[in-house]
Design a protein around this ligand. Structure first.
Ligand SMILES: Nc1ncnc2c1ncn2[C@@H]1O[C@H](COP(=O)(O)OP(=O)(O)O)[C@@H](O)[C@H]1O
Ligand SMILES: [Mg+2]
Length: 233
């Protein structure tokens, strides 16, 4: 059976393969010399997979299954993309979890580089568990688990997964961490304007990595420059 294409962006094609795994395939750029293009795509795929691997025990990220040249195979996170759902969900709790995730991320000196709600997936714990159990235990037990889940509709047990580290990089700099937050702020204002102020307040209040005071102080400076230097590759 053919892979099912989930999204085709400017940089990558994301598809779901027969094993219910995500395949991230970087798109060839015809304006580059083929040899250079191959090298760049492979380098970027490797870099993305390496960052995700480094974070696997620190924050919620998809498991990397394999990397092959310019292709990454990873775990499919069965959930809701925050860009389409934030307002409908318990966004205050979600924002708190986002700030905890960013605290851990920045304490590792990793910059995401593209913090938008399109790169965040909300997954209910029960659902993820159920996916694992599906292949392992009997139907009767599964139904029991399902019923138990249904009794608990108001689900507090969720995880926010960060995906898409294609623009991620290592940095200890206050500036780079502040730009990450600035981009998230902008993304919230653009896409979730009704709740953006509330969200930003919660995120900044709960974001507590090393040097967080300096990082937060840097945000208005970045904004006053109006335009920041884009340091991505
Ligand atoms: N591991 C994953 N699990 C579930 N959905 C994913 C996963 N990786 C990517 N996606 C989906 O594909 C979209 C694009 O993937 P992403 O890695 O963000 O690539 P791009 O660089 O094109 O933005 C995401 O917004 C998400 O909807
Ligand atoms: Mg993305």
């Amino acid at each position: 059976m053919q892979n099912k294409i989930l999204q085709q962006g400017a940089e990558a094609i994301i598809s779901l393969d027969n094993n219910n795994q995500i395949l991230k395939n970087r798109i060839k750029k015809s304006y580059r010399f083929p040899e250079l293009d191959n090298k760049l795509r492979t380098r970027r795929a490797k870099s993305e997979a390496k960052i995700i691997e480094k974070l696997k025990n620190i924050i919620n990220v998809p498991k990397i299954i394999k990397t092959e040249d310019d292709k990454i195979t990873m775990q499919f996170i069965d959930g809701k993309k925050l860009s389409d759902n934030l307002e409908k969900l318990d966004y205050k709790k979600i924002c708190k979890q986002i700030s905890e995730t960013l605290t851990k991320l920045h304490n590792q000196n990793i910059i995401h580089g593209d913090l938008t709600t399109s790169n965040m997936i909300y997954a209910e714990d029960n659902k993820q568990k159920l996916n694992i159990t599906n292949s392992k235990i009997s139907k009767a037990t599964q139904n029991k688990t399902k019923n138990n889940n249904n009794n608990n509709n108001n689900n507090n047990n969720f995880k926010i997964y960060l995906i898409d580290f294609g623009l991620g990089f290592h940095s200890r700099k206050i500036e780079d961490k502040a730009v990450d937050l600035h981009l998230l702020k902008q993304a919230l204002e653009a896409k979730h304007f009704k709740i953006a102020d509330e969200c930003i307040k919660i995120i900044l209040k709960n974001y507590k990595p090393k040097q967080y005071k300096l990082i937060i102080k840097r945000i208005p400076i970045i904004e006053s420059r109006g335009r920041y230097k884009n340091k991505h590759h």
